[in-house]
Design a protein around this ligand. Structure first.
Ligand SMILES: [Ca+2]
Ligand SMILES: [Ca+2]
Ligand SMILES: [Ca+2]
Ligand SMILES: [Ca+2]
Length: 339
């Protein structure tokens, strides 16, 4: 590995370390951590029980106002008229409860999300209807509750930027791992202006995520969240912001090779579907994706030095049309000098 590359990795590691420290500024109390493998089965049981004993009691329909699509979940008191959250599991219609397996801390978490409304495209700019990847930023509203229904935090402020990559770069707030796992299950809406100049959010994605404590705050109690609490977030996904982590000119979400919206750095020896040259650094963080010692940024220009749009990056033969082609910056055997 060349030195520049190594320094770049160390820089990224330093940024991540610093932002991780910042995230804990509000900590109230830290109890010694239990093994994750010991706590997770307890959380899993509690979340399953919650899903089977709670229902959606209200969804506010108030377009253009901050409380639009506020979701209230309550304990079931009449099973005949109050379908449990669990009853929506893999439903062909919305609401739909689904889960993903998430590998972290040496165990596999099941992360449930409930999709209540799809975000869709619209407005003058025809934006919206987009999924964030797990390393993008979101502009969202949220309400966080404990499994007993206690609300511990909420915000309808769509102006705040939350970085799903956990960092604070570009003015964002770093988030818990559970948000990085949950938000890519929802799509954005579109914005317009109210007559008073404030932003109106339209057709945004609405849903709920159910997070084990290991993907939340775990043993680090917050002011209103006891240690080892599974947490529930109802969310509204207004907008997103794309990042380009390695500054190679290709937004990170387009470096997600398997297209599952998740990019991670794994322990060495674990196959990473998003790492072209298999050097342990996924493409979105690797400024030389194919490991040919030429930076990606220099490999995606035409012979006049102009950058191709992502869709038009050719393969080694110059073909720009075949959707299955291997783009030249991902092909280490392609000679890229003197194009
Ligand atoms: Ca990039
Ligand atoms: Ca991926
Ligand atoms: Ca790599
Ligand atoms: Ca290269």
């Amino acid at each position: 590995m060349n030195k520049i590359k190594l320094n770049f990795i160390l820089l990224i590691a330093a940024v991540v370390t610093i932002s991780s420290c910042n995230k804990n500024d509000d900590d109230v109390e830290v109890t010694p951590p239990k093994p994750y493998a010991e706590q997770y089965p307890i959380d899993s049981l509690a979340i399953n029980n919650y899903l089977k004993t709670n229902y959606i009691s209200e969804i506010v329909n108030h377009p253009g106002f901050p409380d639009d699509q506020d979701v209230t979940i309550k304990k079931i008191t009449d099973a005949g008229t109050q379908p449990s959250l669990w009853s929506y599991l893999n439903s062909p219609t919305l609401p739909r409860l689904t889960f993903r397996n998430v590998s972290a801390h040496g165990i596999t978490y099941k992360v449930y999300t409930l999709l209540i409304r799809e975000g869709i495209k619209g407005g003058d700019k025809a934006t919206g209807g987009e999924y964030p990847s797990n390393v993008d930023a979101v502009f969202a509203a949220y309400k966080g509750t404990l499994l007993d229904g206690t609300v511990f935090d909420s915000s309808n402020n769509g102006q705040a930027q939350y970085n799903l990559d956990g960092t604070t770069h570009d003015g964002g707030t770093g988030v818990i791992r559970g948000w990085s796992e949950g938000f890519p299950q929802f799509k954005t809406g579109w914005t317009s202006s109210n007559s008073d100049g404030t932003i109106k959010y339209n057709d945004f994605g609405v849903g709920v995520m159910f997070l084990p404590s290991g993907l939340g705050y775990y043993n680090t109690a917050q002011t209103t969240i006891p240690a080892y609490s599974p947490i529930v977030f109802s969310i509204k996904l207004y907008e997103l912001k794309r990042f380009d982590h390695d500054l190679d000119g290709i937004p990170s979400f387009q470096e997600d090779l398997d297209g599952d919206r998740y990019m991670n750095t794994f322990l060495s020896g674990v196959a990473n579907p998003d790492d072209t040259d298999k050097d342990g650094i996924p493409d979105f963080n690797d400024f030389d994706d194919d490991g040919d010692n030429y930076a990606t940024r220099g490999e995606i220009k035409d012979k006049d030095g102009n950058y191709y749009t992502f869709d038009k990056i050719p393969d080694c033969s110059g073909d720009q049309a075949n959707p299955d082609r291997l783009k030249r910056h991902l092909d280490a055997t392609c000679i890229k000098m003197n194009q």
